[in-house]
Design a protein around this ligand. Structure first.
Ligand code: SF4
Length: 298
């Protein structure tokens, strides 16, 4: 079966191909790390040599396949209306596992066509500049909010890659440039000013970082800027015209008091296999407490 058709049948909205040279955004990434805007995400500093050269992830790699898979456009909420980022999809298993499974189906097809080809599937599981390769493959463009935007589908997308030694032929796609035009909605709407300028994010001020990755308490200051969202932040995507209507909400989380009363065991049973598990229960409770301090004096 044709790989592109099979990817669409599996639910991917875009698939693109590029060669495993130095990523086009590598120098920018390296400067960004040197500027310290990645907060205490020390893991981002590591393996710069691998990020620069994906053949270190798969020796003999000749093709990088970029994949985009949509996540729900509905915001998951508690019955009271407090919310988490859309990509958490609390009723589904963690996207890492789901996407890997789907990408491996494509991997089998590649092996059938190129016997002996080696494959490595990456879904946030290896140091690779995925947006850079997705951009180079021509499947989308980078918005001023730094997200990969696929025309017709927006940016509510998971990204994944298949690295393979198979020399898959493909038409050279030109990266898409400049569709944001004069729009600055994402920069204007960012609750913490983390989007300092077009394409320049200070992750150490970004609510997604503060509510998931940052070690220790977020504090009341941040709590006041969270707008009822206690895990992650979708604001720079919600305001983006390429995402169309984004207002739909769905009750997919337990009541807020039930979250605050959860034991570690209950959390593991309820969210252990979802993307919410990354922050852990203590972090989520701290986020909720700081978000609600003003309203409920807890
Ligand atoms: S909100 Fe506007 S500036 Fe920001 S990514 Fe979308 S189109 Fe580009």
């Amino acid at each position: 079966m044709n790989l592109i058709e099979q990817a669409k049948d599996l639910g991917f909205v875009a698939i693109g191909f590029s060669r495993p040279g130095k990523p086009i955004f590598f120098d920018r990434f390296s400067e960004w790390i040197s500027s310290g805007r990645h907060g205490d995400m020390a893991w981002m500093e590591r393996h710069l040599d691998i990020r620069r050269d994906p053949t270190r992830l798969l020796k003999g790699c000749r093709t990088v396949i970029s994949l985009a898979y949509p996540y729900s456009r509905e915001k998951p909420c508690t019955p009271e209306g407090f919310s988490a980022a859309r990509y958490t999809e609390p009723s589904k298993a963690d996207y890492h596992h789901r996407l890997k499974k789907l990408a491996k189906v494509l991997g089998r097809t590649i092996r059938e066509k190129y016997p002996g080809a080696r494959i490595r599937v990456c879904v946030d599981s290896a140091p690779i500049l995925e947006r850079s390769f997705a951009y180079s493959s021509g499947i989308g463009f980078i918005g001023k909010n730094n997200m990969l935007i696929v025309p017709g589908h927006g940016s509510f997308l998971f990204l994944g890659e298949i690295l393979t030694t198979a020399p898959i032929p493909h038409d050279r796609s030109e990266p898409m440039k400049g569709p944001c035009g004069t729009c600055t909605r994402c920069i204007d709407a960012c609750p913490t000013g983390a989007l300092e300028a077009p394409y320049r994010l200070d992750a150490s001020r970004c609510l997604s970082y503060l509510t998931i990755e940052k070690k220790g308490s977020i504090g009341l200051d941040t709590g006041q800027k969270m707008g009822g969202n206690f895990f992650g932040c979708d604001v720079c995507q919600e305001v983006c015209p390429f995402n169309g209507e984004t207002g739909k909400r769905t009750t997919a989380l337990p009541p807020i008091d039930a979250i605050l009363a959860m034991t570690d065991g209950e959390f593991a049973r309820t969210f252990g296999k979802t993307a919410l598990a990354r922050a852990g229960l203590n972090k989520i409770k701290d986020n909720v407490r700081n978000m609600m301090k003003e309203a409920r004096q807890i």
